[in-house]
Design a protein around this ligand. Structure first.
Ligand code: FAD
Length: 287
């Protein structure tokens, strides 16, 4: 299929982009890497009056490793750049671990961090990592200037986020990993490169028996990334793994997809939890 007709506008400056979004609101869609937008246009799942291409806004492609508190990545940073950047690998190892799971090399070369966060696919890697790392998403509009939203509050429903129609997603800030930070990332998919059927991004500080800030964020099991807070509280408290597992099973409400029933997804999530807990050096059978 071919897209419905639309006007193509190439943003000449940041201000120009905000002006176009202010003028057209819901009738304009931003074009970043195009890896999701172009298929959606071709299938006529979206029919915007205006497609606003932001690829000439080079300021949105920056990777600032000296930002106060951590890493500041522009919306146009490509998945591939995150995968290979040496400083990202040390400051935010979870991002480095997650990047190779996204699609295939061709998609990773074009697809952007901002596009993935703005789209908010419930099975995507970056939204889950952003929540697990307690990241902050930056948005800008002509009417309200710039504002920041915690990733945990940004994703609000299936492909629904806190971004308003006149806002450009400008970038994302990730806190710097501390010396005692640990991470785990894994997903289960039918084929490598597919969106995850079930995935888990974990961030924590401490060591076995003394965990803090344990964030267990599952994806592919709900309309948004799902923080398993009850399960995490049980593990921090030193409860038996079986008790934490019971809590996880109670707090996940996965929906069946084409391949997996809801109980199968719940089962896979428990297996990922088990893998993560073991990888972080914890006994599975003990307290
Ligand atoms: C074969 C295939 C496999 C894939 N597999 C995976 C996968 O396993 N995991 C995964 O996470 N993704 C996967 N993707 C999607 C890919 O990661 C996309 O790159 C990503 O979802 C969107 O990024 P984009 O830069 O391409 O955004 P675009 O496609 O350009 O835009 C996506 C949406 O976000 C909006 N948008 C984009 N940038 C902004 C911005 N700065 N401000 C406001 N709105 C914006 C657009 O208007 C559009 O609605 C796959 C894609 C393909 C084609």
């Amino acid at each position: 299929m071919k897209p419905a007709p639309f006007a193509y506008v190439r943003a000449e400056s940041f201000e120009h982009a905000l002006d176009v979004l202010a003028e057209h609101g819901d009738d304009a869609l931003v074009l970043a890497g195009g890896q999701s937008l172009v298929p959606m246009l071709n299938l006529r799942l979206v029919q915007p009056a205006v497609v606003l291409d932001i690829n000439a806004l080079h300021a949105l492609s920056t990777i600032d490793t000296h930002a106060e508190g951590g890493l500041r990545l522009g919306a146009l940073v490509r998945h591939r750049e995150i995968a290979i950047h040496p400083v990202i690998a040390t400051r935010a190892p979870l991002l480095r671990a997650a990047a190779p799971w996204i699609a295939h090399p061709a998609v990773r070369h074009r697809g952007t961090l901002g596009g993935s966060l703005a789209l908010g696919d419930p099975a995507a890697e970056w939204p889950a990592c952003a929540v697990a790392l307690d990241a902050t998403i930056r948005l800008a509009s002509r009417a309200r200037g710039e504002r920041c939203v915690a990733a945990s509050a940004f994703f609000q429903g299936l492909y629904q986020s806190d971004r308003r129609a006149d806002e450009l997603l400008v970038g994302c800030e990730f806190p710097r990993a501390s010396d005692d930070s640990v991470f785990f990332f894994r997903e289960l998919a039918r084929r490598h490169g597919d969106y995850a059927s079930v995935g888990l991004a974990v961030s924590a500080r401490g060591r076995p028996g003394a965990w803090q800030d344990l964030r267990l964020v599952f994806f592919g099991v709900g309309d948004t990334p799902v923080s398993a807070t009850a399960c995490s509280a049980a593990l921090i408290a030193g409860d038996a793994f079986a008790d934490a597992q019971t809590r996880l099973e109670a707090e996940l409400e996965p929906r069946a997809d084409l391949w997996f029933s809801a109980p199968a997804k719940r089962h896979l999530a428990v297996q990922l939890l088990r893998d993560a807990w073991r990888d972080l050096g914890n006994p599975i059978g003990g307290t």
